[in-house]
Design a protein around this ligand. Structure first.
Ligand code: ATP
Ligand code: MG
Length: 579
């Protein structure tokens, strides 16, 4: 598959999405379906024997699944869903860990023309109930434990939920006795494969709730036509080829797993690594090396955690098969990017996107990167720095001017609605631009630099300060493991920047270090934007996707007196239910 060669600049209006679409196989009878692009097309091309998945269980039980096996199993899942009355357009919610069944379920749901809606297993019954209600899911596929602990108590409240399919927690086991539930594995094993429903580019395919960093999460709906962006971004950002062993560490409840854990490696014909276990640096280093992972997609949080375990441990894994590592979700920062390169010997690239964009839009590439920046818009993505003016947007072309990041709304992967909130959806679009809510600047070479979310900007003494700039500078201090900077209300200056800091091993909280960090900030940032206050925390409050939860820090910063207040120290893996 060759890429249309249409350049890489922000003003790339010549990119022809229609010629890009010819790279898709398309359903034999016409139409586009993600499952067909992800598995069946490879089987039709005689590649059914190739390994689609390598799954590792908690105790390193290792299974290989071929494209042919995955195609057949998902056709049987499709049949089971149809037997349960699932119609095209219906939503099927999924509450599974990283497992082979997650892949079978997603692909089977797409084959049935239904909408895949994965949820975070770490949510409690409250957040699950609100999301299940909003999604109007008719069927839920869940692990036995997650169902018993979190859904059973709310099942009576879910008017739309008609059927529950359960997956036993241990491989090859059947489920226990649960009223109104069926055994997923048993039903799938005996079903007759069904043909893929004829979906079109506009048919809804999956729904994901945003991370809730800035408030109540929104359910963004994506269509089957997005798969062209998935195919292309896999090639543009990761240069994926079928021989790659590709590992995305995202949680199944986050869109990063659906797109870059599931769809992207499969549409590009690679082997996807599926590790069921939670974050553990030793295990992760071991998996990278032993499984000969060539491309690794993770988050800045995970990288910072690995940094905290020290460069010496990392260097023992320097002999590895990695050719590229990348991260998303928060700014990676030059510090972490360079650390990765130094210790694991591979380039660490930052990529920018959102639940709403449905695919990476801006990225550093293997041959075109600038550590610390978000990178440049990918081919076919038109990005601009704009100022919003009521119902107009004004494009700002001056290099380094700060404004809101806007994308031309013709991206095939862009969301098609927020479930149940049309007016909010409409308010994201002005004059053919999609407004992202992120503030950025673009340098003279066309690289975009993240400044902050518009809601997170700190307004102090007439300046508007982006928290990320302060964080990136302070991260260079050897004591700082993680840092979140927020504005604290101030009578005189309106707000002042306050830094919440967690420390690297070997450093002690106390007034001496606090003074040193305050001094360090003034020296490197100048007194106008340096933090005025440092608060030490054991662990940062995080969203389930591992992002620093600034609204919790803001609440903590504004609380008076705040010296003894305790943060929700979930740490990461972020176990902080955001409702
Ligand atoms: P919510 O919209 O509910 O507040 P969220 O925006 O965190 O949550 P996501 O869609 O998971 O939910 O995250 C997208 C956001 O994450 C982006 O808008 C941006 O603020 C941030 N982000 C993602 N990747 C990067 C990156 N590489 N650099 C800087 N910020 C990033
Ligand atoms: Mg958002």
């Amino acid at each position: 598959m060759a890429l249309p060669n249409n350049g890489t600049t922000a003003d790339d209006s010549r990119f022809d999405w229609n010629s890009a679409r010819t790279l898709l196989a398309g359903l034999p009878g016409g139409g586009i379906n993600i499952a067909h692009e992800a598995v069946d097309r490879h089987v039709a091309a005689g590649q059914g024997e190739r390994t689609a998945l390598v799954s590792l269980g908690r105790h390193y039980e290792r299974h290989k699944i071929s494209y042919g096996q995955l195609a057949a199993a998902s056709a049987r899942v499709c049949a089971v869903l149809q037997e349960l009355g699932v119609q095209p357009g219906d939503t099927v919610a999924v509450l599974l860990g990283r497992s082979v069944e997650l892949y079978q379920a997603a692909l089977g749901i797409w084959k049935a023309g239904a909408v895949f809606c994965p949820l975070f297993g770490v949510f409690g019954p409250g957040p699950l109930r609100s999301r299940l209600e909003l999604s109007r899911a008719k069927v839920l596929i869940a692990t036995e434990t997650l169902y018993s602990r979190k859904v059973l108590s709310i099942r009576g409240n879910l008017a739309d939920l008609r059927h529950v399919l359960l997956v036993a927690d241990e491989p090859e086991q059947s489920i226990g006795d649960h009223a109104g539930c069926d055994d997923f594995r048993a039903r799938v094993a005996t079903a007759q494969p069904a043909a893929t429903v004829a979906t079109t580019e506009q048919s809804p395919a999956f729904m994901h709730f945003t991370s809730g960093t800035t408030g109540i999460p929104k359910g963004a709906v994506h269509v089957h036509g997005a798969v062209v962006s998935h195919l292309l971004t896999g090639q543009q950002v990761f240069k994926l080829v079928p021989d790659d062993v590709y590992w995305c560490t995202a949680d199944p409840g986050w869109i990063t797993n659906t797109v870059y854990g599931l769809i992207v490696p499969l549409v590009n014909g690679c082997t996807a690594l599926v590790d069921e276990a939670e974050f553990d640096p030793r295990r992760w280093y071991g998996v990278l090396k032993d499984e000969a992972v060539t491309v690794w997609y993770t988050t800045p949080t995970n990288i910072r955690m690995m940094m905290r375990y020290g460069a010496a441990l990392a260097r023992t894994y320097r002999e590895n098969s990695l050719r590229l590592a990348a991260s998303a979700g928060e700014p990676l920062g030059a510090e972490a990017a360079t650390w990765g390169e130094k210790t694991l010997g591979v380039q660490f690239n930052d990529t920018w996107w959102q639940t709403e964009t449905g695919a990476i839009a801006i990225a550093n590439l293997a041959d075109d990167g600038r550590p610390g920046s978000m990178g440049r818009p990918l081919p076919g993505v038109q990005a601009a720095v704009v100022n919003r003016n009521l119902s107009k947007v004004e494009v700002v072309n001056d290099p380094d001017a700060v404004g809101e990041l806007a994308l031309r709304a013709d991206l095939p992967s862009l969301f098609s609605s927020y479930i149940g909130d049309t007016s909010r959806f409409q308010s994201c679009f002005i004059d053919g631009w999609y407004l992202t809510g992120d503030l950025v600047r673009r340098d003279a070479d066309g690289f975009f630099w993240f400044v902050g979310r518009s809601d997170d900007m700190i307004k102090s003494a007439g300046h508007t300060i982006g928290p990320f700039e302060i964080e990136a500078s302070m991260m260079v201090h050897p004591a700082v493991a993680e840092i979140g900077v927020v504005g604290k209300p101030d009578l005189l200056l309106r707000e002042v920047p306050v830094a919440f800091v967690s420390l690297n091993p070997g450093f002690e909280e106390g007034d001496a270090l606090r003074t040193e960090l305050l001094y360090y900030g003034r020296q490197h940032l100048g007194s106008a934007i340096a933090p005025r206050e440092i608060q030490f925390v054991e662990a940062m409050p995080k969203t389930t996707t591992g992002k620093i939860l600034r609204r919790a820090l803001k609440a903590k910063a504004s609380a008076e007196p705040d010296e003894d207040a305790v943060l929700p120290t979930s740490g990461y893996p972020g176990r902080f239910d955001d409702e």
